[in-house]
Write a protein that binds this ligand. Structure first.
Ligand code: CA
Length: 434
């Protein structure tokens, strides 16, 4: 913890008031341009309702020369070069931003000319993502799903020991706000003699945390658990849209493929691990029997490697939109319940010498918690489509319908710290490709 976390700090950007997702204690990074401008995308920092344009700030030479060099890396249309610089540089820029955005800062007049209202901006993916890996780190989700697919044997024995993941598609990562067409797939309807090809009838969302890799590692090298967090730039939100009927038919023996690869939505702002520092909590870890293997265990991990990030999923149907009613909450949980931490994911991913690169992305897997209000997918909320979920006003859902919008939101709050938020991660379902 350092001066940037001081809950008493206020910004001269007056919309960055306490309770806003983006107060001066947050300072998340993203990639933007003015909407419909044809401008080049570049780095920005969210502050209140505004974006501080880092490209413009660099041109104006607002920061001291060592920080100017760091800011120059943020002028590119992806944050990869900045991510590759590592925690010292990330921290140096955060400190400079905190000092210059503070009420009373002498840079105010210059930086005021570098603000763009978020509602006038178009956000891109925060980085060029080479590889995307999706973990399966919630034991509650794994058990709930396991019960549906394998009632007699819900949690496979390896779960307690190995952070399970599959390699996802980076090409279909979509920025928040994207509307995608309902995918067509091969499915095997119950009691059918042979599979059919049709638009998925069991389209689902998955409430996940996005983990953005900053510093990479060389192929053939390994990142220890102790060093793992130095490789993580920050966290965001991720919705791993899933076609459950396609998944059920294709997932054995090699795991999900077309059931997941048609679209994955990510939130535009990356909240750095430094901003999340006040919200660290002990890792809950395995609750029975299995002791993590040494490469996945350390005293520091047990004390502080989980993050108490509040997670929420909401749904807005076409009917709700027509009535101008607010999205209805589907789930609310915390990332603190994760079975595997972000540090364990990095240590495990690299244990075989696999290289990670700046801008690589992990999904944590659906983050469901221990109670019934904490289920991060419709598959779980409706017990595999058997129990319709009531949205109020006479509407229900088993799975997503055309016109539905799913909105994910996350935030951290704690006595004695400034509340910070992640913004939203939204995506909408359109009718199938004809
Ligand atoms: Ca997933």
């Amino acid at each position: 913890m350092n001066e940037t976390h001081d809950p008493k700090l206020r910004s001269w950007v007056t919309s960055a008031a306490p309770g806003h997702d983006f107060p001066i204690q947050n300072l998340p990074f993203g990639i933007f341009r003015r909407r419909a401008s044809g401008e080049r995308f570049r780095g920005g920092v969210a502050i209140g309702d505004e974006i501080l344009d880092l490209g413009a700030a660099w041109h104006r030479g607002v920061f001291p020369s060592d920080v100017q060099d760091i800011v120059e890396c943020c002028c590119a249309p992806g944050l990869n070069d900045f991510m590759a610089l590592g925690p010292q540089a990330w921290s140096a820029l955060r400190l400079a931003l905190s000092r210059t955005l503070r009420a009373g800062a002498r840079e105010e007049a210059e930086l005021r000319r570098c603000l763009v209202l978020q509602r006038n901006a178009e956000m891109a993916l925060p980085a060029r993502c080479g590889d995307y890996t999706d973990f399966y780190a919630s034991v509650y989700h794994a058990t709930n799903v396991g019960k549906l697919f394998r009632p007699d044997n819900p949690l496979l024995p390896n779960y307690a020991w190995v952070p399970i993941a599959y390699h996802g598609r980076s090409s279909s990562l979509c920025p928040s706000g994207y509307a995608f067409r309902r995918p067509i797939g091969q499915t095997m309807p119950p009691e059918a003699a042979s599979p059919v090809v049709q638009p998925t009838r069991r389209l689902d969302f998955e409430l996940e945390v996005a983990v953005w890799i900053g510093v990479g590692n060389d192929i053939g090298s390994r990142v220890s658990l102790e060093d793992a967090e130095r490789h993580i730039f920050g966290l965001g939100l991720l919705n791993d849209w899933s076609a459950r009927d396609v998944q059920a038919w294709e997932y054995q023996p090699l795991g999900p493929f077309l059931a997941k690869s048609f679209a994955t939505t990510v939130s535009p702002w990356i909240v750095t691990l430094e901003a999340l520092e006040p919200f660290r909590v002990p890792w809950e870890g395995p609750n029975e029997g299995a002791k993590p293997l040494p490469y996945l265990d350390a005293p520091s991990l047990r004390e502080r490697a989980a993050f108490d990030v509040q997670l929420e999923a909401r749904l807005q149907t076409e009917t709700m939109r027509a009535k101008k009613s607010e999205p209805v909450r589907l789930a609310r949980t915390s990332f603190r319940h994760t079975y595997w931490t972000v540090a364990q994911m990095v240590a495990h991913h690299t244990m075989n010498g696999c290289n990670l690169r700046p801008g690589d992305l992990f999904g944590t897997g659906t983050q469901s918690g221990p109670t019934s209000g904490e289920l991060g997918s419709l598959l779980e909320l409706t017990e595999g489509g058997k129990q319709p979920f009531s949205l109020g006003d006479g509407e229900t859902r088993t799975f997503l319908e055309d016109g539905d919008t799913v909105v994910l939101h996350a935030w951290c709050e704690k006595e004695g710290s400034a509340r910070i938020g992640f913004g939203t991660c939204e995506g909408s379902v359109l009718a199938a490709i004809s």
